[in-house]
Design a binder for this molecule. Structure first.
Ligand SMILES: Nc1ncnc2c1ncn2[C@@H]1O[C@H](COP(=O)(O)OP(=O)(O)OP(=O)(O)O)[C@@H](O)[C@H]1O
Ligand SMILES: [Mg+2]
Length: 316
C-alpha cells in the first residue's frame, strides 16, 4: 500500500476556556492518499476549521492536542510543522481579510516563496507570473505590482489560490473558499480549483457546506458532528445512501433536496458541554437509552465507516 499523503489518527483538540474545557475535536481519524480528495462537511461549530488549523499548525493560543497524530508525507506535524510550510497550500475562506492592504499582492506572495521555495527572486517572479496566468488573472505581469484593493473579490481569491500553489505543495487545503463570492464567480473559482488540482496531481482537503460542491470536487467525504467523525466514505455512496442519522438529516435539509424548510431540530452542543454517549443522541430520531450511555465505535464496513449501530434502521 502506498503511504498516505495525510493521515490523521485519533486526533483530539482541547482548549481551556472561561466556561470550562472545550473538547473541540475527539478521536478524529481520516486519510488522504497522494492525489486524493476529501471533503469535510458538518454544521457550523462542528470543528471543521479547527481540524484544518491543527493540520496547518495554527491552532488558537492555548489549544492542546491531548492525543493523536497528524502525519504528512510520513512525518508527524504535531511535533512541529515548519518543515511542511509551502508543501501544504492553504486557501482561506475570505479573500477580503486574507491579504495585507498596505503591501503589493505580488510582494506578499514573493515573500512566502523567498522563505519556502528554492530559486532566486527573478525565478520566483517568473514563476508567479506563470501562476497568475494559470489562475486566469487578467494582465498577469502587471498584477504583480498591484495592491489588493485593485482586485475584485473573485480576482483576490484567484490571487490566494496562486499564493497557495506558489511553493509547489503536495496538498491543498481550502476552508469554504468561495462563500464570500457571488454564485457565478463561485462556479468559476471551483472549476479552476478542480482543474489545477487534477493537472498538478495535488491532494485536496476541502471544507464545504455545499453537497453539490462536494460531489464535484471530492472523491471521499468525512461528516463531522460535534468534533467527531459521524460517517466517512466515498462521496457518491454517502450522498446516495447516507447511513448516519445525522448525515441523513443534513442531506434532507440541503436546499437542493429539501422538501420543507425544516432544519435539524436542536443545535450543535457547545464544545464545553458535549453530551454523554453519542454526541448526536439528543437530536437523533433513532436514539435509544443505550445511545446516551456509551459513545458508539466507528464501524468500518468496506470502504465506508459509520459511528452508529442503528445506521440501517429507517426513520419512523
Ligand atoms: N479560539 C476559540 N476559543 C473558544 N472556542 C473555540 C475557538 N475556536 C473554535 N472554538 C469552538 O470550537 C468549536 C468548533 O469550531 P470551528 O470553528 O472549528 O467550527 P466549524 O465547523 O469550522 O464552523 P463554521 O462552519 O461556522 O466555520 C465551536 O464550538 C467553537 O465555538
Ligand atoms: Mg469554519
Amino acid at each position: 500500500m502506498t503511504q498516505p499523503l495525510l493521515a490523521v489518527e485519533g486526533l483530539a483538540v482541547a482548549l481551556r476556556t472561561d466556561h470550562g474545557l472545550a473538547r473541540i475535536l475527539d478521536d478524529v481519524a481520516l486519510t488522504i492518499p497522494p492525489g486524493g480528495s476529501l471533503g469535510v462537511v458538518g454544521e457550523s461549530g462542528c470543528g471543521k476549521s479547527t481540524l484544518l488549523r491543527a493540520i496547518l499548525g495554527i491552532l488558537p493560543k492555548g489549544a492542546t492536542t491531548p492525543s493523536g497524530r497528524i502525519r504528512f508525507q510520513g512525518r508527524d506535524l504535531l511535533a512541529g510543522a515548519d518543515w511542511a510550510r509551502g508543501r501544504i497550500g492553504f486557501v482561506p475562506q475570505d479573500p477580503y481579510l486574507s491579504l495585507n492592504p498596505v503591501f503589493r499582492a505580488g510582494d506578499q506572495i514573493l515573500e512566502i516563496m523567498r522563505r519556502h521555495a528554492p530559486g532566486s527572486r527573478a525565478d520566483h517572479r517568473r514563476k508567479l507570473v506563470e501562476l497568475f496566468r494559470a489562475v486566469q488573472l487578467p494582465e498577469p505581469a502587471a498584477a504583480l505590482d498591484k495592491y489588493p484593493h485593485q482586485f475584485s473579490g473573485g480576482q483576490r481569491q484567484r490571487l490566494l489560490i496562486a499564493a497557495a500553489l506558489a511553493c509547489d505543495p503536495a496538498l491543498l487545503i481550502a476552508d469554504e473558499p468561495t462563500t464570500a463570492l457571488d454564485v457565478t464567480t463561485q462556479r468559476e473559482i471551483l472549476g479552476l480549483l478542480k482543474r489545477l488540482v487534477a493537472e498538478r496531481g495535488l491532494g485536496l482537503l476541502f471544507v464545504t457546506h455545499d453537497f453539490g460542491v462536494l460531489a464535484t470536487l471530492c472523491d471521499r467525504v468525512a461528516v463531522l458532528y460535534a468534533g467527531q467523525v459521524a460517517e466517512l466514505g466515498p462521496t457518491r455512496a454517502v450522498l446516495d445512501t447516507p447511513w448516519h442519522p445525522y448525515t441523513r438529516l443534513l442531506l434532507a435539509c440541503h436546499p437542493d433536496r429539501a422538501t420543507t424548510l425544516a432544519g435539524i431540530p436542536g443545535t450543535v452542543p457547545a464544545a464545553t458541554a458535549q453530551p454523554s454517549g453519542c454526541r448526536f443522541h439528543p437530536r437523533c430520531p433513532l436514539a435509544q437509552p443505550a445511545c446516551a450511555a456509551a459513545p458508539p465505535a466507528l464501524l468500518a464496513l468496506g470502504e465506508r465507516a459509520v459511528a452508529c449501530p442503528r445506521h440501517e434502521v429507517p426513520f419512523g
